[in-house]
Design a binder for this molecule. Structure first.
Ligand SMILES: Nc1ncnc2c1ncn2[C@@H]1O[C@H](COP(=O)(O)OP(=O)(O)OP(=O)(O)O)[C@@H](O)[C@H]1O
Ligand SMILES: Nc1ccn([C@H]2C[C@H](O)[C@@H](COP(=O)(O)O)O2)c(=O)n1
Length: 222
């Protein structure tokens, strides 16, 4: 079976950053599952649909999207990388993601990313629902204030307007929704390594996870 490394955690915990580094080191592919929910949100918004509209299930099932090597994301051949990362798109994605039928529509598409030589998949339910047999599962956390601070710096660096106070509130609301929904709520898998990165640099997180992954992939080969 293709080895899959799952990285789950709340918004701004550093999943995407670490997933990219680990995938590059391992020579594995990547799945940014949040991007699929964000693309569904964007396509629904473009179609003028509210998050509860029944048509969104079909939109999720038939998303025409692609990811390139540089990290760009395309929806119907349009580069939507920038719009995709806004807090508004994230908040709508979180609402849409609470619908079981939307999650079901995106399930197989996510599993199809698992191809040789391996996959690093980040999201909210990678270790619990999408890849429950993964040999290495990570849950990356950090306090809401630290995550809001990271997001604030990221948004300003990328030329977006941002308010730290508003970001803390948005992050808390998104956490609340993602953790308390009835289907695939955000939580660590029972066999996940939980790492709180609040006081760790990106390099320190990577070093800790690298050791864990080496152990897990070696155990699997024996
Ligand atoms: N340990 C860390 N220390 C400092 N900054 C960090 C750390 N980890 C990540 N960051 C920074 O925090 C920001 C958010 O990280 P990232 O996008 O990887 O989070 P995420 O968990 O993937 O968020 P989302 O789920 O919303 O996509 C980035 O600018 C990243 O460089
Ligand atoms: N596996 C996933 C990935 C994402 N979501 C939802 C919940 C998030 O708030 C939203 C945006 O994700 P992000 O890009 O910030 O990682 O999408 C989910 O429910 N399950």
């Amino acid at each position: 079976m293709v080895p899959v490394i799952t990285i789950d955690g709340p918004s701004g915990s550093g999943k995407g950053t670490i997933a990219r580094r680990l995938a590059a080191r391992l020579g594995f592919g990547m799945l940014d599952s949040g991007a699929l929910y964000r693309l569904t949100a964007l396509a629904s918004q473009n179609a003028g649909l509210a998050p509860q509209a029944p048509e969104i299930v079909d939109i999720a099932r038939h998303l025409a999207c692609r990811f390139d090597e540089e990290g760009n994301v395309f929806l119907n051949d349009e580069n939507v990388s920038r719009e995709l990362r806004t807090e508004t798109t994230g908040a709508i994605a979180s609402q849409i993601a609470a619908r079981p039928e939307v999650r079901e529509a995106l399930l197989q598409r996510q599993r199809d990313f698992a191809r040789a030589p391996g996959l690093v998949a980040d999201g909210r339910d990678m270790g619990t629902v999408v890849f429950p047999e993964a040999p290495a599962k990570i849950f990356l956390d950090a306090s809401a204030e630290v995550r809001a601070d990271r997001r604030y710096k990221q948004l300003i660096e990328n030329g977006f307007d941002a308010s730290f106070t508003a970001l803390v509130e948005e992050i808390r609301q998104r956490d609340e929704r993602d953790r308390n929904r009835s289907v695939a709520p955000l939580r660590p898998a029972e066999d996940a390594l939980v790492v709180d990165s609040s006081d760790l640099s990106i390099d320190e997180v990577e070093a800790t996870l690298w050791r864990y992954i080496q152990d897990r992939l070696t155990d699997r080969d024996e």
